[in-house]
Design a protein around this ligand. Structure first.
Ligand code: NAP
Ligand code: ZN
Length: 353
């Protein structure tokens, strides 16, 4: 068990342009799972990160936190995985194990969480993500990809999917007759959100910035209704109709107009990261006992649960598979809102080694 030289693609500065980069990963420790990366999804957070738009980015930065791989080596104390298994890693690869978040299966909220990239690993080295040929991760932060699930399908569930699933889950056991869901922003997270909410039996309204995705939303993704956020008339007609909104917008946007869509007691789950502060009028919350709630990805337990749920419901996301040398163009297209609906990199098929 030696340190491994791996080949990845890294951003070097805030232009965010990625190019080949080789680095070493630690040897497989007793609790570690080492895997060859097969597929890795591209999340909008990767775009925020390579451009240094949120948390301070340390360069060179190898992004990628929707990683599916084939296990090539396991540590002596690993019992959950064996060589040849399909393994998945999402947004975090470590946490303290001791705090109240960790002890209640919400380790993503641990103050000492280790992000999959742009973090500092237990050995003091910077963490690097799944735009690389191999990774080594403590078994606790690795999920098992169900046999019935194609690895390229599993990738985007590991961050985008569970980001939608985790806040929605609290409605599963609700005694409401019909749960009226709003999905704001039909991108990677949003399109999985539509499918997950539908599979949970919710009535789903997509709230989109234009008419371009209407047919796909209603006919391919199974949404029940489609609202264009710039149409004051449509928005007024939909006032007081939703129990929750999953807000995936990656930019500054006027919260008021969306809060008005909520019924009394309704919730906006903010998962989209706005590079600048959002504003809202306190009255819009107070007068309807409404809440704005933040949510970060999902726990390891929820991620495993979602993978099983997805396989059991036989859901199929809409992804575009690309090779690593297309990654800069993929980011540009994501920025232009020109992806239906998630890029997944065929890492193993990109001949990085
Ligand atoms: P994405 O694929 O780019 O989708 C974002 C969608 O938002 C777009 O498809 C578009 O949908 C809408 N949109 C984009 N720019 C907009 C603008 N300026 N104003 C209004 N609407 C706009 O991104 P994603 O990968 O789904 O990620 C979405 C956000 O969630 C990002 O900020 C990402 O960092 C964040 N995220 C957070 C977590 C978490 O744990 N909280 C996890 C994953 C991702 P329409 O065409 O329908 O308008
Ligand atoms: Zn902790």
């Amino acid at each position: 068990m030696e340190e491994r030289r791996v080949e990845g693609w890294a951003a070097r500065d805030s232009t965010g342009i990625l190019s080949p980069y080789s680095f070493t990963i630690r040897k497989t420790g007793p609790e570690d799972v080492t895997f060859k990366v097969l597929y890795c999804g591209i999340d909008h957070t990767d775009l925020h990160q390579i451009r240094n738009e949120i948390h301070m980015t340390n360069y060179p930065l190898v992004p990628g936190h929707e990683v599916v791989g084939e296990v090539v080596e396991v540590g002596v104390s690993v019992n959950k995985f064996k060589v040849g298994d399909l393994a998945g890693v999402g947004g975090i690869i470590g946490s303290c194990g001791d705090c109240s978040s960790c002890k209640s299966n919400m380790e993503q909220y641990c103050k000492d969480r280790i992000m999959t990239y742009n973090g500092v690993d237990t050995d003091g080295n910077p963490t690097q993500g799944g735009f690389s040929s191999a990774m080594v991760v403590h078994q606790k932060y690795v999920v098992m990809i169900p046999e019935k699930l194609a690895p390229e399908q599993a990738a985007s569930l590991l961050c985008a999917g569970v980001t939608a699933y985790s806040p929605m889950k609290q409605f599963i056991q609700s005694d409401m007759d019909v749960i009226n869901a709003g999905i704001l922003g039909l991108g990677g997270v949003g399109h999985l959100g539509v499918m997950i909410a539908k599979a949970m039996g919710h009535h789903v309204t997509v709230i989109s910035s234009s008419d371009k995705k209407r047919v796909e939303a209603l006919e391919h993704l199974g949404a029940d209704a489609f609202l264009i956020s710039s149409s004051a008339e449509e928005m007024a007609r939909a006032a007081d109709s939703l129990d929750y909104i999953l807000d995936t917008v990656p930019a500054v946007h006027p919260l008021e107009s969306y809060i008005q869509l909520l019924k009394v007691h309704g919730k906006v789950f903010i998962v989209g990261v706005s590079p600048k502060p959002l504003q809202f009028d306190s009255d819009t919350l107070i007068l309807g006992k409404k809440s704005i709630v933040g949510s970060l990805m999902g726990s390891i337990e929820e991620t495993q649960e979602l993978l099983e749920f997805w396989a059991e419901k036989k859901l199929k996301s809409m992804i575009e598979i690309v090779k690593m040398d297309y990654v800069n163009e993929a980011f540009e297209r994501m920025e232009r809102n020109d992806v239906r609906y998630r890029f997944v990199i065929d890492v193993a098929g990109s001949n990085l080694n």
